[in-house]
Design a protein around this ligand. Structure first.
Ligand code: ADP
Ligand code: MG
Length: 249
């Protein structure tokens, strides 16, 4: 049994079958990549996993508990945290202020932005946020405006904000989209570091094959809403069906 078990999930948008009998098992403490051409249903699947979309049929179990019908914040509290395709940070706030938000939310369940001044005086929150910035190698940037950072650093901050909630499953939707090569490589190194230092499972949707083959232990190929194959990176590389459906050969 994987920490995440998706069984026979179907999702239709009007006349379009976006997900068709999707089965997926993600083993605990692995990095599992989901790849596939544009429109394959990758983001739809991710939205089902985090409670943003409810599938028409099927089941989604996380650590033996169903996530279906739960609100996104409840699924987050179960231990699933998600990194968006475009970094979701507060550009007008500093790096440290950004990091304090999830640290506070984890403790008290909700957060009002105007509470930030009060939160700044709560030493446990400050300590946790600082520690996470140290872990993320961002402590020297703590006073920077988040908006003024590079794409790679914004992504680094956002991943740190997710980790401060101590998730057991981290979901990433194309975390290196739109990044320069150097930022992409930094993100790969960061994810490797996170994986080495923590008990965490990572499921990553990714277009960039360099990223996929640098990180993934298992790969599921999705095409037209259905898993085509699931295997190790070595097997996926040489798989004729994959070459045909995904690499266009
Ligand atoms: P991917 O992330 O693999 O590129 P998506 O999951 O975003 O694919 O989309 C799968 C298919 O579902 C696409 O054809 C897309 O246009 C369609 N789709 C996605 N979200 C919606 C929606 N909310 N309403 C209608 N169609 C959608
Ligand atoms: Mg997508």
């Amino acid at each position: 049994m994987g920490i995440l078990e998706v069984k026979n999930v179907n999702k239709r948008f009007g006349g379009l079958q976006a997900l068709s009998n999707v089965n997926l098992s993600v083993a605990e403490n692995t990095v599992h990549a989901i790849i596939g051409p544009n429109g394959a249903g990758k983001s739809t699947l991710l939205n089902v996993l985090v409670g943003k979309l409810i599938p028409d049929t099927g089941s989604v179990m996380f650590d033996g508990q169903s996530v279906l019908g739960r609100a996104p914040y409840e699924i987050n509290q179960m231990g699933i945290s998600r990194v968006f395709q475009t970094p979701e940070i507060f550009g007008d706030l500093t790096v440290m202020e950004n990091m304090m938000i999830p640290c506070f939310a984890k403790r008290d369940g909700a957060f009002e932005l105007n509470a930030l001044t009060t939160v700044g005086r709560q030493s446990d929150i400050v300590d946790r946020a600082e520690q996470m910035l140290i872990d993320m190698k961002m402590i020297d940037k703590r006073h920077m405006h988040a908006a003024s950072m590079s794409r790679g650093d914004k992504r680094r901050l956002e991943i740190g904000m997710c980790l401060s909630q101590q998730p057991r499953l981290l979901l990433l939707d194309e975390p290196t989209a739109g990044m320069a090569r150097a930022d992409t490589n930094n993100t790969i190194d960061l994810l490797k570091q996170i994986k080495a230092e923590r008990d965490i499972t990572i499921a990553i949707i990714e277009h960039d094959m360099h990223v996929v083959f640098s990180l993934a232990e298992r790969i599921t190929v999705l095409a037209q809403g259905t898993p085509l194959v699931e295997d190790t990176p070595d097997k996926i590389k040489g798989h004729p069906k994959v070459r045909e459906a995904y690499l266009g050969e």
